[in-house]
Design a protein around this ligand. Structure first.
Ligand SMILES: Nc1ncnc2c1ncn2[C@@H]1O[C@H](COP(=O)(O)OP(=O)(O)OP(=O)(O)O)[C@@H](O)[C@H]1O
Ligand SMILES: [Mg+2]
Length: 253
């Protein structure tokens, strides 16, 4: 398969991600916001009102926790950000681009700016750890050499270099979660969305995962993490919003 792609937004691997400065880069999005939701309402086809009048602005380089009980709308919020669901009302803007009306290639291009850690990992069962991570790069048209250059440092970052040739069923839950983080960040996207990345982990593994996410944030990646884990949130100093019955409230920061 041959895929052509504009990877101008992607820095060389291992380099800090520096968000474009609109004054020095005329092609950069003018917004300093990574994410903006304005008056967003989301009703699923079955009539379930998942989000109500949600307003949220996340600055580039911010680390935001989204908390809230099960069924409150956290995953729905993330799905709107990467265009898996569309709002019934309101605007969703990512890195200065409105998602309204984006289709096909335009949506794929926008999604390349977003790494996603799914609540249920979504690893390919018959592929090794390396193949699962490399697949993203291959699908985005990276050269074999570049894939090779990025793979090992990314696996090392999540502590999985020893497991590179294992299949998902040979890994613990925490290890599978770290593969999904490696896969989300191997193309160095400027935005990372992590849906309950510590949901199935013990406190030690949870702490490890949050440290990895914080390290990614420290090189300039905007990180949005949903979690039920109030303890984890209390231990950190990051801004927090809470969703309750589809409504979003700012708790801290
Ligand atoms: N595809 C769908 N079709 C219809 N309703 C849905 C769909 N997905 C989610 N919902 C409903 O939307 C509401 C919000 O769901 P969502 O998955 O966003 O919650 P959540 O906060 O992520 O929950 P959890 O913490 O359990 O992951 C729930 O009432 C859920 O039942
Ligand atoms: Mg969820």
């Amino acid at each position: 398969m041959s895929v052509t792609t504009d990877r101008s937004a992607i820095p060389p691997f291992g380099q800090p991600f520096i968000p474009p400065d609109p004054e020095s880069d005329p092609t950069a999005a003018p917004a300093s916001m990574a994410i903006e939701l304005e008056q967003v309402n989301m009703v699923y086809e079955n009539g379930c009102r998942a989000l109500l009048d949600v307003n949220l602005r996340v600055k580039r380089g911010e680390f935001l926790f989204v908390t809230g009980p099960s069924g409150s709308g956290k995953s729905t919020l993330l799905k709107l950000l990467y265009g898996e669901e569309k709002p019934c009302q309101g605007n969703v803007t990512v890195n200065g681009t409105s998602l309204a009306g984006l289709k096909g290639n335009q949506l794929s291009k926008l999604r390349r700016q977003i790494g996603i850690v799914f609540q249920d990992y979504k690893l390919i069962p018959r592929r090794t750890v390396s193949e699962n991570v490399a697949f993203v790069l291959w699908a985005q048209g990276f050269t074999r050499k570049e894939i090779h250059r990025r793979l090992l440092p990314t696996l090392k970052m999540v502590g999985l270099q020893e497991k590179a040739n294992c299949f998902p069923h040979e890994l613990s839950g925490g290890e599978q979660q770290r593969v999904s983080i490696a896969r989300a960040v191997v193309s160095t996207p400027p935005i990372l969305l992590a849906d309950e990345p510590t949901g199935n982990l013990d406190p030690d593994n949870s702490h490890q995962v949050i440290k990895i996410l914080q390290r990614l944030n420290s090189i300039g990646i905007t990180v949005i993490v949903t979690t039920h884990d109030e303890h984890l949130v209390r231990q950190s100093h990051h801004p927090v919003v809470q969703i309750r019955e589809g409504r979003l409230f700012r708790v801290r920061g």
